[in-house]
Design a protein around this ligand. Sequence first.
Ligand SMILES: [Zn+2]
Ligand SMILES: [Zn+2]
Ligand SMILES: [Zn+2]
Length: 164
Amino acid sequence: MTQYDNCSQCSEEVTEDSDFCPHCGVLFAAAERELCEIHRTINATGVCIICRKLVCPQCSKIVHGRTFCLDHKDVEVQQDWATVFESTEINDAELIKSVLEKAQYRVLVQNFGSIGYAWDGGGDSSQSRSNLSRPAKVFVPIPEYLEASKTVEEWQSSASNEGQ
Ligand SMILES: [Zn+2]
Ligand SMILES: [Zn+2]
Ligand SMILES: [Zn+2]
């Protein structure tokens, strides 16, 4: 039986033997002697919730109480989901969604349907495109973000090669 505890920082459930909270990235007491993976002389203060790298205050950013490394500080997260793709072109977002679903990722979407098709045909006018201000977003669970974003990149590069 796995024992659960609650994170002292974000109150989410964590397994009792965890060294860090996967939801907010705070390091628990048992792991407080861990060193930052970049600055090997400085104690780590948290773990990037995207890549699980140990980070110190110099190489991390706290966003809404959650720890990110500098590589992932711009990844948008909502609850336990991370935005892996966003576009004001609903067709692109639909395509990425189906690519990820085919690769067996769990996928959530936002702003699908509420945007797009604002354009009433008749050429590619920049006027109508600028109306699509709320990008459609595709989310995957945070632990699957790195793999999923690789899948998206690979798909995008193979798609652009085919187009040539
Ligand atoms: Zn937490
Ligand atoms: Zn990271
Ligand atoms: Zn550091």
